[in-house]
Design a binder for this molecule. Structure first.
Ligand SMILES: Nc1ncnc2c1ncn2[C@@H]1O[C@H](COP(=O)(O)OP(=O)(O)O)[C@@H](O)[C@H]1O
Ligand SMILES: O=P(O)(O)OC[C@H]1O[C@](O)(COP(=O)(O)O)[C@@H](O)[C@@H]1O
Length: 324
């Protein structure tokens, strides 16, 4: 095994609060092991363009509390092509990079799997996505912060919803999965939660909306990945209850921004440190994660999207979605 003298790190896919803390964890661990650390800007785009900067933990410590990513991020069409990946490889070789740390979501790790077909360097991933849709970790970086942001905003909507006795359909993020919807819905006492993993919840919503008595607010959280979506759900409710006073709010990208929660800062630090330590132990092509509060590594090919909502959450949805 070649000695690791130079590590490069990048952030990729949707940004998420806690990515900067992970960068700091990577930087500090590289520093105490006398390893040079570089960062590629704008995810895979930076690898293709050779957009590399030196990283320093003294600078990064000032970013631990900030959302977004100091290194910037991107969704790269170029890296989906073999030519793009070959260009990225040439840049890594030119800069004598010995190992890569990638902070991103499942797309980023699929990218690394494709890259590993032409590039023999060791890669370690850190799960950074607000969606919490990766196997191999109970929590991804940014999920906790995004749920807190969603909750803060849903609480505010409840004030006005209750004042007017209105129905509100509030759309939260989660491209293909309902974790943000479940956590923010349960945490705000929502009357219904619609997620892509279940069709049953919509029937429950209709049933509840049918008996909605206009003497109270009615709040439904709709995951953006839900088959129906907020607009269609709203029109179905109007079909059965035409005079209903209904509003739709999409929380949108506000959920991705803001300072990371204490949990995400600590998770970022822990996973960043673990990533570099794993490389030093000779590990490769795996994602650092946290399962039952234990740090662990899971091979990329097992880190596929986890659309299943576990039994405990299913049970909670059933209990809290039922009528009184
Ligand atoms: N199968 C693949 N082969 C090569 N690169 C990929 C593949 N899937 C995703 N990528 C790269 O990873 C980037 C990030 O993935 P994306 O799904 O946008 O975000 P995330 O990593 O947050 O899930 C994509 O823009 C693309 O450049
Ligand atoms: O910012 P964009 O490109 O519009 O993407 C929005 C998507 O990114 C997310 O915020 C995060 O997804 P990823 O972390 O997997 O990129 C999703 O919840 C949402 O569907």
């Amino acid at each position: 095994m070649k000695n690791i003298e130079h590590i490069a790190v990048f952030t990729s896919g949707g940004d998420s609060p806690g990515m900067n803390a992970a960068l700091h964890g990577v930087a500090k661990t590289a520093e105490i092991n006398n390893i040079r650390l570089s960062g590629f800007r704008k995810g895979y785009e930076g690898l293709i363009d050779g957009d590399m900067v030196q990283l320093d933990s003294n600078e990064l410590k000032k970013w631990v509390h900030r959302g977004g990513t100091l290194l910037k991020t991107a969704r790269s069409k170029g890296f989906l092509t073999l030519e793009g990946r070959q260009q990225a490889l040439a840049n890594l070789q030119k800069n004598k990079v010995d190992a890569l740390v990638a902070i991103g979501g499942d797309g980023t790790f699929k990218g690394l799997l494709a890259f590993s077909e032409i590039c023999d360097l060791p890669f370690i991933g850190v799960p950074g996505t607000i969606d919490n849709d990766l196997a191999g970790t109970d929590f991804t970086l940014g999920f906790d912060s995004a749920v807190n942001t969603a909750i803060e905003n849903i609480d505010k909507i409840r004030d006005t919803a209750e004042s007017h006795n209105r129905i509100f359909l509030i759309e939260v993020m989660g491209r293909d999965c309902g974790y943000i919807a479940i956590h923010s819905g349960l945490g705000t006492g929502a009357d219904a939660i619609l997620i892509p993993e279940s069709a049953q919840d919509f029937l429950q919503l209709l049933e509840n909306a049918e008996s909605y008595d206009r003497e109270d607010a009615f709040i439904a959280i709709v995951s953006e990945g839900d088959e129906l979506g907020a607009e269609l759900a709203a029109s179905k409710i109007k079909e059965i209850n035409p005079d209903v006073d209904l509003r739709i709010t999409k929380l949108g990208h506000v959920q991705r921004g803001g300072n990371p929660s204490a949990f995400d800062r600590m998770l970022g630090i822990r996973l960043g440190v673990t990533a570099v330590e794993a490389l030093l132990l000779g590990r490769r092509n795996a994602m650092a994660g946290i399962l039952n509060n234990e740090l662990c590594l899971t091979p990329f090919d097992q880190v596929v999207k986890e659309h299943q909502v576990n039994d405990e959450l299913q049970n909670l949805l059933k209990i809290f979605g039922s009528k009184n």
